[in-house]
Design a protein around this ligand. Sequence first.
Ligand code: LUZ
Ligand code: MOS
Length: 757
Amino acid sequence: MKNIDSIGHVTGRSLYLDDLPTIQGTLFGVVFDSPKAHGKIKSADYSKAEDFPGVVRILTSKDIPGENQIGGIIPDEPLFADGEVHFMGQPIAFILADTETIAYKAKKLIEMEIEELPVITDPREARAKDQLIFPPRTFQVGDPESVFDSCDYVIEGEADNEGQEHLYIETQGAYSVPMENGHVRISSSTQGPTAVQRTAARVLGVPMHKVEVDVIRLGGGFGGKEDQATPWGVMTALAAQLTKRPVKLAMHRMDDMRMTGKRHPYRSDFKIGLSKDLKILAYEATFHQNAGAAADLSPAVMERTLFHATNSYFIPNVKATAYSCRTNLPPNTAFRGFGGPQGMFVIESAIAKAAEEIGVKPREIQKANLLNDGDEMPYGQIMDQCLAKNSWDSLESSFDIKKLEAEVEAFNSENSDFKKGIAIQPICFGISFTNTMMNNARALVHVYSDGSVGVSTGAVEMGQGVNTKMVQVAADAFSIDPSRVKLETTNTTRVANTSPSAASATSDLNGKALQIACNKILDRLKEVAVKKLGVDASTIELKDEKVISAGTESDLDWKSLIQEAFVSRVSLTENGHYSTPIIHFDKSKEKGHPFAYHVYGAAILTVTIDCIRGRYDFDSVKLVHDFGKSMNLPVDHGQIEGGLVQGIGWMTMEELLYDKEGKLMSNALSTYKIPDIYSVPKEIAIKHLETEGHEAAIQKSKAVGEPPLMYGLGAYFAIQNAVKAFNPDYQLKFHAPFTPEKVLMGLYEKVGEVVPD
Ligand code: LUZ
Ligand code: MOS
């Protein structure tokens, strides 16, 4: 089935927040944000701005009737800074004016004196100064410390990664409309409508039922709107409540980039011990997560780093410790992979360094340590239906790795100005919110008397195609044409208490809830048919819009059956609730079974570097991916291609830079470069791992949102491999992204020379 949004998207007819018709009297909001990364607000003078013609009101922390608190996991983040500022871009005030232009002009008239305090941007420095957001956590199995002594090889090192800007095409925004009796209706570009609702209620000082949040669709989220769409929804709701006028905020790109958090940079240490036959016997990792100035989702992100610290490998002795470090950057947040990629980068770096020192190829170590059924992960889950080896074997048999390597070597021996590099990247990603409680969803289904169907779920469409999958689920359950099914907006009054659309779990959770709702209606419809036709209940089925009884088509079709049910006063509405079975996790022991299942795969990445200029092109990425039984291959391929390219971007060209004062230097599309059509791999070959799929996956079609991003990790190692082919003096370094500048430095680095990082 085609993505139901494809025509709308290419013709520009799909509606986004900024396309909503503006109601007469709407005010436009612009955020006044901190110009300093850390300091005390000594004085604030809004009078000139307030007097500017067209300015209606300026809101600050003093105007908040409820709590000035938006922290979701830890209550440590004010909506508006009060007394102190902790990062550049922190909201301090909200200017409301008749037009956005006026609000921007007034912003310049605000006078503020800030006494500067020391700024920390580096997580190691933060840890040294005891600036932790919450206490560190350790996942451990066995005892690596006692095992290192008996290892044939022990290798230590550091591996660092920088952040990543989400760069959703649609920037953050919200449009709030005051309703009667103090109710407010928020249209939000959020992955988490309930988070917006809950937080707005808290800040406005009203019960949640007075806040309705509606989401049509998002022009991309990637995690950036899991938590950080909330402040804008709340600010506009507050403003609507106080002014009794509709209030809109549609952020400009540079405001968005400056004020919002990104993927977490990490600074990490590793120690890996191997036997002569390349078995990894022990692994230690210490992660320093750059959380930014407040917790946001950092506790959960850090947890997922620990869960994925060993990627697809079985290691009997592991100790992984993580520190969430408070710095004066915007609070970093969810980003596709959610800390998993950061953890996986470190083990892959450790393997690359070990391979170099032992004198083998990284793939030999990777292959020798792949997970098997029955292996215990450091967090206690015993692997079953494990496909790490199957993926690798399928990669080897589908794409001749040795031949590809030989081609790279042949190219490198014949060329001096260009070199090729190759890397293999296996992945293993756990599916479920790591916070067990969040793994539930609901769906509301109406069958209208004309046989058309309206479906509401907690799923937010953000380009990933979840609405298309939901249409498929409902159409399949009823065996009706998909054109009869309409996906409604995501709305907190129709589906309440939702988890955000995140963790790759949205189709599974909401799809299963939807199946439950549809099946309840279906059961009632069958009873109606049995009565009407006077046949045996056990032989009734609905197929292709026909009622089949004992294998023969009856006179009843979908429409007449619905009519019959309607006149018989049978309910045509149902609610479905699904919560993932089996999963559990005990934080006091750091053990359990947190994931419903894992998604596997393996990729071969080949790159050509230009040894005069330092630039590079990816020739091809060939991969084997575990889709389960994909329910929509075009949609799933879209996720593979997009995720892969986003992962390569993070590892290569996307360079997020803050200066020592905590100011974002790469603050616009002119200075922050993401992959475009010219820089994507010239070939992306996707092979499906043939499997039965997993029961916990919707229609056995496994989660596909985040896992493919991690194929991109291989980009770093492929480039490094090419640099080494040109310059044998080059010393392996693990500090992503591997920008063209760094490639150039690496190409010409000499033994003993210290190259600035
Ligand atoms: N969000 C969250 C996520 O709250 N918990 C998770 O485990 C998660 N995983 C991936 C992406 N978002
Ligand atoms: Mo996410 S990182 O919003 O699944």
